[in-house]
Design a protein around this ligand. Structure first.
Ligand SMILES: [Mn+2]
Length: 494
């Protein structure tokens, strides 16, 4: 499904969830503008008891001239599109329509209509709309109101961009040409006096764990960015290494996660807490998440967080490469398969001396361009730089054209030019020579490995992944994801 599919309909209604937030308003606005530009008659609505009241949202709607209306009932439309929510959810007033479509970024919580685009790994629905508009050849920067709205939707849904976890979110944040002074005005109408009180009450009622040094606090239902403000403050406490602040909303639980120790990445912890029941992610220090109420099936939410956190601490093992002694008696020897992957000779695209930022599904990576640097594109689209010498000894160049398969094409940004360039058109194909040998064992618990290359950030291994050391260097310990391991290594001997 794509946006232009909607053009077959007349009498279209775009609906955001009750008590709309900036992301819902921005997303609906984007789709509404698109359809209007194609000559369609569109209404942009929300239901529920309350009119938009929060001062930043009132400002947003009036300053950006967003044609959103509060309705109590609606005539049957030919097409109803729910944005930033799913038709049939508790916080989405039900209106009848001949056809229903869903555009959302939350976890799937019930049955979806046939027409749906749900991308749960995006930080905001505005990001999804930005991507859908781009797919129709529309540049959101052609209208500053639209670019500003989408940017603000992403900003508020990700706690001022701190809880971003997809490269497309980063693209919207970096590419949108916005009205800055307006965003500043929105920001400074962010908290109401009532929210200031919510923050105060949440701080009074914290739980603290003496051994693991974590704190958890519950806030009354509030805007997610209030949670971020509370958790930022809690983390400043000397004995708090990690904290979670959550609030129970009608349709689920929103949480904000913070960490100030390198052994716990907030993004990883947020993903752990919400695994299977929601979504979570963000940065190393700041992250957020959402738990779908229907999927939690638990009423003691305070106990849920404590159990989950204690489990996390007890389950995780930490390995520092510098101190690691591999026990070869419990590992087996594997050889690398011969398989195809992509590579780019860095100076084919850039001048030596510049630094470029490679953006991938797994995050941003800065690469200094030199004559002897190659950029590899792995089998799942993962990117890593490699020196020419090592490249030539591990890979054979082939004549076959390179095909990329994956969710997000790795793109490069030259820091000066601010232009996005996909690596894929420049990529050539090569085959691993199959000479590398490793010792490896399947993991039965969660492991965090601080490799020789990076003492600040760990590689996470989960049950089923593999812990590996190079046969020619037993201190070179790292994690290989299960699926990649299966595709790239074969058993050699025990
Ligand atoms: Mn949203």
């Amino acid at each position: 499904m794509r946006l232009s599919d909607f053009l077959a309909y007349d009498n279209i209604v775009i609906q955001c969830h009750d008590n709309p937030d900036a992301d819902a308003i921005a997303s609906g606005f984007g789709i509404c503008m698109y359809l209007k530009s194609k000559g369609k008659s569109v209404r942009f609505v929300y239901g529920g008891k309350y009119l938009i009241q929060k001062s930043n949202l009132v400002l947003m709607v009036s300053e950006l001239k967003i044609p959103v209306e509060h309705v109590e009932s609606l005539p049957v439309s030919s097409l109803l599109v729910t944005v930033d929510c799913q038709y049939g959810q508790g916080n989405v007033t039900r209106f009848d329509a001949e056809t229903v479509a869903v555009i959302d970024h939350h976890q799937i919580s019930g049955e979806l209509p046939e027409w749906n685009i749900v991308r749960s790994n995006l930080g905001s629905c505005a990001t999804l709309v930005y991507d859908l508009l781009r797919a129709e050849g529309i540049d959101v920067n052609a209208d500053k109101r639209l670019a500003t709205a989408l940017y603000y939707g992403l900003m508020t849904d990700t706690n001022n961009f701190a809880e971003i976890f997809h490269p497309l979110d980063r693209d919207l944040r970096d590419d949108a040409v916005i009205d800055r002074s307006l965003i500043t005005r929105f920001k400074n109408s962010n908290l109401s006096l009532e929210e200031l009180e919510i923050a105060g009450l949440a701080l009074i009622g914290y739980d603290y764990h003496e051994t693991h040094h974590y704190a958890v606090a519950k806030a009354q239902p509030c805007d997610p960015n209030v949670l971020g403000i509370i958790s930022d403050l809690m983390l400043e406490v000397d004995t708090v290494d990690v904290c979670i602040v959550y609030s129970v909303l009608p349709f689920g639980i929103k949480l904000s996660v913070r960490s100030c120790v390198k052994e716990i990445q907030a993004s990883e912890l947020a993903a752990y807490i919400t695994e299977g029941i929601g979504s979570g992610g963000g940065h190393l220090g700041k992250a957020g998440g959402f738990i779908q109420k229907e999927l939690l099936g638990e009423t003691d939410i305070r106990g849920f967080f404590q159990n989950r956190l204690n489990h996390y601490f007890e389950e995780s093992r930490i390995i520092y490469a510098s101190e690691f002694q591999a026990d070869l008696s419990e590992m087996q020897e594997y050889k690398k398969c011969r398989y195809h992957l992509g590579y780019v000779k860095a100076t084919d695209i850039f001048e030596p001396g510049v630094t470029v930022r490679v953006r991938t599904l797994e995050g941003d990576l800065d690469v200094g361009i030199r004559d002897d640097i190659y950029i590899m594109i792995g089998i799942k689209g993962e990117i890593y730089p490699i020196k020419k010498e090592k490249f030539l000894s591990s890979y054979e160049v082939t004549e076959e054209p390179y095909h990329f398969e994956g969710e997000y094409e790795p793109t490069v940004k030259e820091t000066l030019e601010e232009k996005n360039i996909s690596l894929v058109p420049y990529a050539k194909s090569c085959i691993s020579t199959g000479e590398s040998r490793i010792y490896a064992k399947e993991l039965t618990r969660r492991v965090k490995v601080f490799t020789e290359w990076d003492g600040d950030k760990y590689m996470l291994g989960k049950e089923g992944d593999y812990l590996a050391v190079r046969a020619d260097d037993l201190h070179d310990v790292y994690v290989i994801e299960r699926e990649i391991f299966g595709k790239t290594y074969y058993f050699f001997r025990s």
